[in-house]
Design a protein around this ligand. Sequence first.
Ligand code: ASC
Length: 155
Amino acid sequence: VKHALRRAVCTAALALPLAAIAAEEGGGPKPEDFVHYRQGVMTAIGWNFGPMAAMVKKEMPYDAAEFARRAERVAFLATLPMEGFVPQTKGIESHAKDAVWDNLDDFESRMKDLETNTAALASAAKGASDLGAVVPAFAKVGETCKGCHDEYEQD
Ligand code: ASC
């Protein structure tokens, strides 16, 4: 009887998808973990965007290699935050308005625009020797940031 019971329990466990087992045992990410993850990525994007913005505003001398390196980083980082905007985080206190989850298709399409426009900036920055060559692509990224923040970010 004991063996039969153990076999039944093991069979049931194997039938459960791994993710469900992880969640049941508390091993999966909790809703707050998704929020912290996306906040960390957004912070890293801002960290790398800042010096590019300073160069464009001529608050810092234009350094083509540094600009290109940061543009590459931002293009990669832009592919990451969407994974943190999962519906189970709706209602958790953060800078994200609930409007994100009420308009998830629009939000996701804006994130895609960010990927596209940051990739274009990284390409433009790669061969650029003067600031003028990167400003249009930089401005487009800035508009993409601002458009989405205006719509979906709160204090
Ligand atoms: C930044 C920052 C943003 C964008 C946006 C561009 O430095 O934190 O969200 O630039 O303001 O318009």
